[in-house]
Design a protein around this ligand. Structure first.
Ligand code: HEC
Length: 111
């Protein structure tokens, strides 16, 4: 199964993304971000400043409805959320890294 996908990805480079997604699914739920859980966590911890739909309600907070605000790798966003930035508190000890990555996956659905 995996070798067939790898062969397909090599033969048709544009299907590499699909193969990667299938591999992520094959690896099981633990490996894929849980967008629904991210949305629940966002509503609880982030919406009071970033807005229920990603349009900020606090001055200075980035607008998640714009693509540019999130044009950075997940790991950079994770670090900012974990450590805090400017007026934003750090979530280290509040959210596990796995949960923060679920929220980041949810943020990417807003734009
Ligand atoms: C108290 C208000 C507040 C809360 C709560 C809050 N943020 Fe923020 N957030 C901000 C502000 C203000 C900034 C801009 C910080 C700066 O650039 O100085 C920011 C920046 C960010 C950034 C961009 C970081 C970067 O590197 O530029 C991300 C991503 C983010 N917040 C995600 C979240 C997530 C996810 C949560 C919930 C877990 C959250 N924020 C909770 C106010 C908040």
């Amino acid at each position: 199964m995996i070798s067939i996908l790898a062969l397909r990805a090599a033969a048709f480079p544009r299907s590499g993304m699909l193969a990667a997604m299938l591999l992520a699914l094959a690896a099981g739920p633990a490996a894929a971000a849980d967008i629904a859980r991210g949305g629940t966590l966002y509503a609880t911890h982030c919406a009071m400043c970033h807005g229920a739909s990603g349009t900020p309600v606090m001055p200075g907070a980035p607008n998640f409805r714009r693509m540019e605000a999130l044009m950075r790798p997940d790991m950079q966003l994770l670090t900012a959320i974990r450590n805090g930035k400017g007026a934003m508190p750090g979530y280290f000890g509040v959210l596990r890294d796995r949960e923060i990555l679920d929220v980041v996956a949810y943020l990417r659905t807003l734009s």
